[in-house]
Design a binder for this molecule. Structure first.
Ligand code: LUZ
Ligand code: MOS
Length: 761
């Protein structure tokens, strides 16, 4: 029988934020945003718009009773701009109306006058002009300056990777309902209900106990709703506060794409030193992150970039520097991988360049330098196991790398119009929030006296299956069928001070909290059963919905023991807290055990290039992935496949360009290409490597969400191999995405295939 959580979803019965009917006379809101990337505000006048039919009111910075501030890590982001606008699409006013049509008509009648100010869109230019979000960071290990002399070979270069739009199916959506005693309930499509609660409280000048955030489920997020769901929800709260009526706000796709932040583009410089055997000795890298106009999560993302500067390799001497650069673009934000992919692309590019110069395969260099258990990473943490090496070797063997390499060489030797390329891509990704304090979660479990179970945690279900996993954890601990366990919405009144569901750690942390809470209730029930059966609780167990004494089923069913415990006034509820043990990080020394563990794996990618057209297909990606004992294998398979497709999209297809005025030229799904069935991998093979000893998630599982994204980087390098087979003297910049257009221009030896700004007409 298929799990109920899945069947309801498949039938289209699952509800999302916009499906929830609001009580009585609810209002609609739309947002008026800046038409200019940088400007001094001269006049913002809604007086004409306000008199239009159906308009309830227009709210600006002047209507904020508390602080006009939504910045999370750095307080540098107003809810509504009041003196200056810093990017095109920055919110200026909220139009609140009886109907969506009325609101949209008024949107056009707002008068906005400004004096244009100079703009910066490029991270390196911002760095030169000292436009930084926070102080630059630097990770150091060994003694890099004395190492260069020891190196037999040094390669240097530049690497660029592009932005990426989240394209969650459900756009940013929120509503707010005024309750009794000045309390406001917010419904939000957010990964971070506590941030919504806290920010709404701050903007309204209320204590947090007057705001409740409730989240049912999200139609995708991918990091795009970790921080950037907040302003829309706070706007609804502000309107509900002023007009004492429920208010809903749903962004149109073109608004969402134009106004919200993306994955950060990075531009980086590297210098890599090796000995003649291909061992990496010294690694120097400088990352320039394009943060956009305010901090958002950029400092945390920058940090994760530094943590992943050496990916799956051991390098004893490292100096990695990173700067978060302020530009006049929408603030960039979390996106699956959170700065890790950008770092890994640079590392692989450096390896590629070194391999070419040494006359070796990139894969040979990878193999020589793979991490071993006990190796010290640049941030001082020791590698806990050899899973990276094991997965790499297993992928080579299982998927017959050597045989395919020979086959592809033969193919390329006898075909001019088509060329094939092959690559291996190892991934090593740290699991835990890099801000140690965020590694906490809670669960609240009620066993009702009819035997049914309700579970509330801080985890947000966004399609990744976290509810299914927690349901399995709880039903396994209780020894009952999973359909007896109901997963409640995520609600700040039931679970307070929640961390965002992010960093791949939602199931790990909330699952562990649920595990602890369920075990507490189970122990009480077993004690009670022991007294009923006159037995030692140590000999009792609950499984298959009954209490067992050793191997024999007793007459106590789950319902009976639950109801009897209730009659004896035994607490059938439990709240539990989980704080990931053993992690600490010191930002003053940039050293510490930042992660609970690493997830490792390797992908083998094969591509075929059409040399005349520059088009290509990703023929297959074959993966060995370190999964621990999966809580739900179909879910984990789906996560690997989805992340891979998204990674391939980032590396090959998805391209965002801005006009010379800072307008996003790819702010709709006609000009922004996400991978479809034809452009993602034609076949995907996955083998899970399971080592319960080293799997620190609940019931020996491991985090799954982000690490497989980075397998997609393999597509870039496989494509480069195919291009080199066509044009041996190929001089390809390390620049993503490698779109068919760029492939074609590079193959044609076109010197200038880099992006050039287009005029804003
Ligand atoms: N969010 C965050 C994340 O706040 N800190 C992190 O370390 C992180 N890592 C991945 C994804 N989201
Ligand atoms: Mo995220 S990139 O919200 O885990």
């Amino acid at each position: 029988m298929m799990n109920d959580l899945i069947t309801r979803h498949l039938r289209g019965e699952s509800r999302f934020t916009d499906d929830i009917s609001l009580p009585g006379s609810s209002l609609t809101a739309v947002v008026f945003t800046s038409p200019v990337a940088h400007g001094q505000i001269r006049r913002l006048d809604g007086s004409v718009a306000e008199t239009m039919p159906g308009i309830v009111g227009i709210l600006t910075a002047d209507h904020i009773p508390g602080e006009n501030q939504v910045g999370n890590i750095v307080e540098d982001e107003p809810l509504f701009a009041d003196e200056i606008v810093e990017y095109m699409g920055q919110p200026l006013a909220l139009i609140v109306a009886e109907t969506p049509d009325a609101a949209r008509r008024a949107q056009e009648k707002i008068i906005f006058e400004y004096d244009e100010l100079p703009v910066i869109f490029d991270a390196r230019e911002a760095y030169e002009k000292n436009q930084l979000i926070t102080a630059p960071r630097s990770f150091n290990i060994g003694d890099i300056d004395s190492q260069w002399e020891q190196c037999d070979m040094i390669v240097e270069g530049q690497v660029d990777s592009g932005m990426q739009e989240h394209v969650y199916l459900e756009t940013q959506t929120a509503f707010a309902v005024p309750l009794d005693s000045g309390k406001i309930q917010i419904g939000s499509s957010t990964q971070n209900p506590t941030a919504v609660q806290k920010t709404a409280a701050k903007v309204l000048g209320l204590p947090m106990n007057r705001i409740e955030t409730d989240v049912l489920r999200l139609g995708g997020a991918f990091g795009g709703k970790e921080d950037q769901a907040t302003p829309w929800a706070v706007m609804c709260a502000l309107a509900a506060y002023h007009y004492k009526r429920p208010v809903k706000l749903v962004l149109e796709r073109y608004e969402d794409m134009a106004w919200t932040g993306k994955r950060h583009s990075y531009s980086s410089d590297f210098k890599l030193g090796l000995d003649r055997n291909g061992r990496m000795l010294a690694w120097e890298v400088h990352y320039y992150q394009n943060a956009g106009a305010s901090a958002d999560l950029s400092p945390a993302i920058l940090e994760r970039t530094l943590f992943h500067s050496t990916n799956s390799y051991y390098i004893p001497n490292v100096r990695a520097k990173a700067a978060s650069c302020r530009t006049n673009l929408p603030p960039n934000t979390a996106f699956r991988g959170f700065g890790g992919p950008q770092a890994m692309f640079v590392m692989e590019a450096a390896l590629d360049k070194a391999a070419e110069k040494l006359g070796m395969e990139r894969e040979e260099l990878q193999q020589i330098n793979l991490l071993r258990k006990g190796n010290i990473l640049p941030y001082g943490m020791a590698v806990q196991d050899d899973h990276g090496r094991i997965c790499y070797e297993r992928a080579r063997e299982l998927y017959e790398y050597d045989r395919h390499l020979t086959r592809i060489r033969n193919f390329n030797a006898s075909n001019a119009a088509f060329k094939k390329g092959l690559s291996l891509m190892p991934v090593c990704f740290g699991i835990s929030f890099t801000s140690t304090f965020l590694n906490q979660a809670s669960a609240l479990i009620h066993v009702y006296n009819d035997g049914s179970v309700g579970v509330s945690t801080g985890a947000i279900e966004m399609g990744q299956g976290v509810n299914l996993k927690i349901q399995k954890v709880v039903s396994r601990v209780f020894g009952i069928d999973s359909d007896r366990v109901f997963l409640e919405s995520t609600n700040t009144t039931r679970n307070a001070n929640t961390s965002p569901t992010a960093a791949s750690s939602g199931a790990d942390m909330n699952g562990n909290a649920a595990l602890i809470a369920a075990r507490e209730i189970r122990a009480r029930l077993l004690n009670h059963a022991a007294s009923l059966l006159n037995a030692d609780p140590g000999n009792l167990d609950i499984r298959s919905n009954s209490v067992y004494y050793g191997e024999s089923e007793t007459e106590l069913t789950w319902e009976k023991v639950v109801n009897s415990a209730y009659m004896q006034r035994i607490d059938l509820s439990s709240h539990a807290f989980y704080a990931t043990p053993g992690i600490e990080y010191d930002r003053s020394t940039e050293k510490g055990n930042a992660f609970a563990y690493h997830v490792m794996g390797t992908a083998l990618t094969e591509v075929t290039l059409d040399v005349l057209r520059g088009t290509y297909s990703i023929d297959s990606v074959s993966i060995v992935h370190d999964s621990g004992l999966s809580l739900d294998e179909a879910t984990d398979r789906g996560q690997v496949e989805g992340a891979l497709a998204q990674g391939i999209g980032w590396m090959t297809l998805e391209e965002i360009r801005f006009s010379d005025k800072g307008r996003n030229l790819a702010a709709n799904l006609a000009s922004y290409k996400v991978p479809d069935l034809y452009s993602t991998a034609k076949s995907v093979n996955i083998e899970f490597f399971r080592d319960p000893e080293n799997s620190r998630g609940p019931l020996n599982s491991k985090a799954i969400g982000e690490p497989p994204f980075m397998y997609g980087i393999g597509a870039w390098f496989a494509l480069r191999e195919a291009m080199k087979a066509a044009v041996p003297v190929l001089d390809l910049e390390y620049r993503a995405p490698l779109t068919p257009e760029k492939v074609l221009l590079a193959l044609a030896h076109c010197e200038k295939y880099a992006d050039s700004p287009q005029s804003d007409t």
